[in-house]
Design a protein around this ligand. Structure first.
Ligand SMILES: [Zn+2]
Ligand SMILES: [Zn+2]
Length: 531
C-alpha cells in the first residue's frame, strides 16, 4: 500500500452542518468546484459517491483528512432540530429521510454561507429561521441543483442566475408548524413524522409493488411542501385513512410475492394506528421502551420483546417460518414494521397463548417431522403448522421437557390436514414455481411434464421456467392421486402399494405415479396406512 496522502486543506465539519454542504466547503477549499469533482480527485466512486452520509463514504474520506473514521464521526454533530429525530426508523415508510439533492434557503446562504443538516431531511421543507421554503431547483432555468460551488454564492449552478431574491418568506404550512411545535419531545416528533409519511404514502403510491424503493423517498425532487400539505389534511381524516388501510389489507399480493421479506408497511402500521386514538400514538413499540407518559403500573405488564430470530428459537422453527404466523394473525408483530426482520414479538403474550393450548386427548396424532411433510405437500411449511396450533385449529400435545415449543411435540392429524387443505386452497391464484409444484405433488419434473403433455395440468408458461397456478395444482390433486404425495403424507413407503397397484384395476393416468381418484382407491390406500 502506498503511503496515505492527505488533502492540503483539511476542514472539519461544523456542528449541525449538512454533511454534503461540508463536503462542498471542503471541495472549494481544496480548489475543486463541486463535491463530484472532490470525490473523483479522492477516487471515491460508485455508491460511496452517491450517498454522502454513509459510513463507507465517511470512512473513505476520513483518511484524506488524517482522521480515523471514528474521529471524523465525532465531528458530525446533528443540529438541535435533528437531534430528536431518529436517524433510521424501520417503522417508517421511508427508513431514511435524507434527500440527496441540495435544498437551500437563500437567506441562510447569504448571511452565513451555511446549510443546517435538517435542510436535507424530507419532512423539513422550510427554514425555521427565515420561514423560507427550501428550494431544490432554479426558478429561472428549472434545473435541479447540484452540490456545486455556485450554491454558496447564491447562484444557479446551471444558468448562473442570481438566486438571492428567490425565496419569499411565507406563512409556514400547518404541517411545518406542527413539526416545529413538536421539536421538544422526540417521541411525539418521531410519531408525527411517521404518521405524516404514512399519509403521504397514501397519496403517492398506494399499493405500490415496488418495494425496493421503500428505503428512500420515491423521488427526491417531488414537490414536497404540496404533498406534505395534502398528507397532513388526510392525516386528520381518519375515515380516509381507514378505508385505505382496508384496501391495503385486501390487496395482499404485493407482499405475498416477496415471501419472507414481505413488507408490511403500511398495512400493519395502519392497522396498529387505527386501533388507537387517531392520529398520534405515544407508545413507541419499536424501541421496546414505554414512553415516559406511561404509568408505572402499566410498565409492570411490560413486554418481553424478541425479534423473529429469537422467536423462532423459542418456538423451534426456522426464522423464515415466522411469516405465516403474522399473516394468519396467529401472532401479533408489534410495530408497523418494514419487514419481518424488523418485527418485534411479545414473548409474554405468546407464553399466555401457549399456556391456553389444549392438549390432544383423542384422535390420531403425528410427530412434527411428519406434520412438516404434510405441510409441504400443501405448499406450506412448519410456520403454517405453528399458525394452526397457536390459533387452536390444530390440537397439540407438547413434550413436557422441551427446549422449544415444537420439541418432541405431536399434533392431531385430521385437523392438520383440514388446516393445510385451507392453505392449499388459498394458493388458488398464486404462482407456484416448479420446485413448489414438485413439493406439493410429490412428482418429479419429468412426471410433471408428462402430466402437462397429457393435458392433466396446464402450466402458466414455459418461457422462463415451468410454473403453475395454485388452483391448477389443486384441481389435479382433487381428480387424481399422486402416489408419492400420498406416501409423503401417510408416511407409508410408496413401494408398498405400488407392488400391487400395477396389477390392480385402478385407472392410471401415469402408471406408477398418478391414478384417477376414486373412493375405492382412497380406501384401498388407507388400508396400507392402518396396517
Ligand atoms: Zn434560512
Ligand atoms: Zn438556473
Amino acid at each position: 500500500m502506498s503511503k496515505l496522502r492527505l488533502l492540503p486543506v483539511r476542514l472539519r465539519p461544523e456542528p449541525g452542518e449538512h454533511f454534503s454542504a461540508y463536503l462542498l466547503r471542503l471541495a472549494v477549499a481544496n480548489g475543486r468546484s463541486s463535491v463530484k469533482e472532490l470525490f473523483s480527485t479522492l477516487r471515491i466512486g460508485g455508491s460511496k459517491a452517491q450517498n454522502h452520509q454513509s459510513p463507507d463514504t465517511q470512512a473513505a474520506l476520513a483518511g484524506w483528512l488524517g482522521l480515523s473514521p471514528a474521529e471524523l464521526s465525532c465531528y458530525v454533530v446533528r443540529d438541535e432540530i435533528l437531534a430528536k429525530v431518529t436517524a433510521h426508523d424501520s417503522s417508517r415508510i421511508y427508513r431514511n429521510l435524507e434527500l440527496r439533492v441540495p435544498r437551500i434557503c437563500t437567506a441562510c446562504l447569504r448571511k452565513k454561507k451555511r446549510m443546517p443538516a435538517y435542510f436535507g431531511q424530507l419532512p423539513f421543507t422550510h427554514c425555521y429561521e427565515h420561514r423560507h421554503e427550501l428550494i431544490h431547483a432554479c426558478p429561472h432555468c428549472n434545473d435541479q441543483f447540484e452540490w456545486s460551488e455556485e450554491l454558496f454564492e447564491c447562484r444557479c449552478p446551471s444558468c448562473k442566475a442570481d438566486l438571492k431574491a428567490s425565496t419569499r418568506p411565507v406563512q409556514l404550512p400547518a404541517y411545518a408548524s406542527d413539526l416545529r411545535s413538536r421539536l421538544s419531545d422526540s417521541n411525539v416528533l418521531n410519531h408525527f413524522i411517521r404518521d405524516l409519511l404514512l399519509a403521504l404514502q397514501c397519496i403517492l403510491v398506494p399499493l405500490s409493488t415496488d418495494l425496493s424503493a421503500r428505503e428512500r423517498p420515491p423521488t427526491e425532487i417531488a414537490p414536497w411542501p404540496q404533498l406534505l400539505d395534502q398528507a397532513y389534511t388526510l392525516l386528520n381524516e381518519s375515515t380516509a385513512m381507514q378505508s385505505w388501510a382496508e384496501t391495503c389489507r385486501v390487496h395482499r399480493s404485493p407482499t405475498a410475492v416477496i415471501g419472507a421479506f414481505a413488507v408490511y408497511l403500511p398495512i400493519y402500521a395502519l392497522v396498529e394506528k387505527l386501533a388507537l386514538p387517531w392520529p398520534f400514538r405515544d407508545l413507541n413499540w419499536l424501541s421496546g421502551r414505554q414512553s415516559v407518559k406511561e404509568s408505572a403500573a402499566e410498565n409492570a405488564t411490560s413486554l418481553a420483546l424478541v425479534d423473529h430470530r429469537l422467536l423462532s428459537q423459542v418456538l423451534g422453527c426456522q426464522p423464515t417460518e415466522i411469516l405465516p404466523l403474522i399473516e394468519s394473525s396467529a401472532l401479533r408483530g408489534l410495530s408497523g414494521h418494514r419487514s419481518i426482520r424488523d418485527t418485534r414479538f411479545d414473548l409474554v403474550t405468546l407464553a399466555k397463548q401457549v399456556e391456553q393450548l389444549e392438549t390432544v386427548v383423542s384422535g390420531q396424532v403425528i410427530d412434527m417431522v411428519h406434520a412438516a411433510r404434510i405441510a409441504s405437500a400443501h405448499g406450506g411449511h412448519m410456520g403454517h403448522v405453528l399458525a394452526g396450533i397457536l390459533l387452536k385449529e390444530i390440537p397439540f400435545r407438547p413434550n413436557s421437557d422441551r427446549k422449544a415449543l415444537l420439541d418432541g411435540a405431536f399434533v392431531g392429524v385430521d385437523s392438520l390436514l383440514a388446516w393445510m387443505a385451507k392453505h392449499l386452497a388459498s394458493l388458488e391464484a398464486a404462482h407456484c414455481t416448479l420446485l413448489e409444484t414438485i413439493a406439493i405433488t410429490g412428482m418429479n419434473k419429468q412426471e410433471i411434464t408428462t402430466a402437462c403433455s397429457l393435458g392433466l395440468i396446464k402450466p402458466l408458461g414455459w418461457k422462463r421456467e415451468l410454473c403453475f397456478q395454485g388452483g391448477e395444482i389443486s384441481r389435479l390433486l382433487s381428480s387424481h392421486i399422486s402416489i408419492k404425495r400420498w406416501s409423503k403424507m401417510s408416511g407409508v413407503p410408496a413401494r408398498r402399494p405400488l407392488a400391487s397397484l400395477t396389477e390392480s384395476c385402478f385407472e392410471a393416468a401415469i402408471a406408477g405415479v398418478l391414478y384417477k381418484r376414486t373412493e375405492e382407491l382412497d380406501s384401498w390406500l388407507n388400508s396400507f396406512a392402518s396396517r
